[in-house]
Design a protein around this ligand. Structure first.
Ligand code: SAM
Length: 497
């Protein structure tokens, strides 16, 4: 009879899973892990764990585990804007680059097949494209999902975003299910592969023009997500397109891609050269904080404490504390505390003067540039602030702070559409960035999009209550949390919400 695993066995299991499948389980999921370990480990959990640790080759035990450990929710035409961007932007651009050869698409983490089949249908549905325009390879670690994908029979629930006419074109009724058209079915090749492992064949250079890796990396540990994105980038053609889940970003994971925004959705284009290490900007939460509400600060600390804390965080990165070999002496640290203090007191000239006085080695540090851009924008030097933001974005295109300050400047110049695009980029790149979300909502209301404004302001209201004080200090324009919350409430009230 199977017994409950011990805490240390569950811990060992958790480490093995993150190492082998990339999947990260936080403390709240340990009960589920214990259940799965009981199920697979039988009476001798230690022997099972040792077998799992030693397993190599096709990894049968690991793949069996994937059936119980993966989240497999998917459906046809999920996030339809991305499918439109695929068909109307990525496919035509890649077809041109391929000079008539079919575009090579990878659906990484394809689950039961709805995503790659959607891409095959979308290519056929789009004028100028067609069945021969695309080759789709779809991979997943979960054998049960791949078996379902191969069967290509789906419930009405899987087709909930597919209209009647399209259903009639591509599916035939089969009892309660819908059987996919044979031609579409044959155009997708399914394989069992593990995205968390090196795999020379899967990741061979220049193998894919378009990669969909949606709602997979959000379950990976940051290190495994970073490694998987590096493999994807290495296997893509320069200029190829990468689609992540709509709430996932590459911020802090990769500098190998440009950010694209069309069809009201974000996606990425691979740069010509890849391999630049990603660095997490100081002022932001880890990228995976997106769908988790951060814990509330105990109480808003006094401004002085907050300034010290914010400056400390900049210092840590500015002098490269975690990196060996870089100077950590007192004198080598930029005095950002004073500059932040001046910013808080609205002494922008002094803040700029202090930034200018920083040792040359810190002049191009992203955090220093951000502080400079904020100080310039606050003192009305909009053109100079935008130049600094552009310099920052040239180094780090996914810097949410730079997009935010650029948006403030564009708004100040009366260019609301450009401002909204940059606020949206900031809010997308850092889903916890309350001020960016607030400005998105305010501009949407002003630009007569009440439905979107209501949604974004409601989210901003939630985020503002938990927003990091040092981010409010840097980007809040001198307004305390309470004033920003009141502003958000007033905007919502004006919308009748
Ligand atoms: C939530 S589904 C996403 C399906 C589809 N991409 C979508 O967005 O609708 C996540 C899929 O990723 C797969 N997955 C998780 N870890 C994986 C790994 N290490 N290698 C390959 N696939 C993995 C799971 O088996 C699951 O089918």
């Amino acid at each position: 009879m199977s017994t409950e695993p011990s805490a240390s066995q569950v811990e060992q299991f958790r480490d093995l899973i993150v190492g082998r499948l990339g999947l990260q389980f936080d403390e709240t999921k340990l009960g589920n892990l214990a259940r799965v370990l009981s199920l697979h480990g039988g009476t001798d959990k230690d022997a099972y764990l040792a077998m799992l640790a030693a397993e190599s080759g096709p990894y049968p035990a690991l793949h069996k585990l994937a059936v119980d450990l993966t989240v497999t929710e998917t459906y046809f035409y999920r996030n339809v804007e991305q499918i439109q961007a695929f068909a109307e932007v990525a496919m035509p651009a890649c077809l041109l680059a391929r000079d008539g050869l079919p575009v090579r698409v990878l659906s990484a983490g394809c689950a039961s097949g709805e995503e790659p089949y959607t891409l095959a249908i979308a290519a056929r549905e789009t004028a100028g494209l067609g069945a021969g325009s695309v080759q789709i390879r779809a991979v997943d670690a979960n054998p049960a999902m791949l078996a379902k994908a191969g069967g290509a029979r789906y419930s009405g629930w899987s087709l909930r975003e597919v209209g009647a006419a399209m259903r009639a074109r591509w599916f035939a009724r089969d009892g309660d299910l819908h059987a996919l058209n044979e031609g579409v079915r044959r155009s997708v090749r399914f394989e069992q592969r593990n995205l968390a492992r090196e795999d020379e064949e899967l990741w061979a250079p220049d193998s894919y023009d378009i990669v969909f890796c949606r709602n997979v990396l959000m379950y990976f540990s940051p290190a495994q997500a970073q490694a998987a994105v590096a493999r994807i980038a290495g296997a893509m053609s320069p200029g190829g397109y990468l689609f992540l889940g709509h709430a996932e970003t590459l911020r802090g994971l990769s500098h190998d891609f440009h950010l694209c925004h069309t069809h009201a959705t974000f996606y990425y284009q691979r740069k010509q050269q890849v391999g630049a290490p990603a660095r997490e900007p100081a002022f932001f939460q880890p990228p995976w904080s997106g769908d988790r509400v951060p814990p509330p600060p105990p109480n808003d600390p006094a401004w002085a404490d907050m300034i010290a804390r914010a400056a400390q965080r900049i210092d840590t990165l500015a002098v490269g504390a975690p990196q060996a070999g870089r100077g950590l002496s007192e004198s080598s640290q930029p005095d950002l505390q004073q500059a932040l203090s001046c910013l808080h007191r609205e002494q922008f000239e002094q803040s700029l003067a202090l930034i200018e006085k920083l040792p040359q080695q810190h002049a191009d540090d992203p955090d220093v540039l951000l502080l400079k851009a904020v100080s310039l924008s606050q003192s009305g030097m909009l053109a100079e602030a935008q130049d600094v933001c552009h310099a920052l974005l040239a180094r780090d295109e996914l810097n949410a702070g730079a997009h935010y300050v650029l948006a403030l400047c564009r708004e100040e110049d009366g260019d609301n559409p450009a401002a909204l695009a940059h606020y949206r980029s900031a809010a997308y790149l850092n889903p916890g960035f309350a001020l960016a979300r607030l400005h998105v909502g305010v501009l949407e209301r002003r630009m007569a999009d009440p439905e979107a404004a209501r949604r974004d302001l409601a989210q901003a209201l939630l985020l503002l209550q938990h927003e990091d004080p040092s981010r409010l200090l840097l980007f809040g324009g001198g307004f305390p949390r309470s004033a920003l919350i009141n502003l958000c409430r007033a905007e919502l009230a004006a919308l009748g919400a």
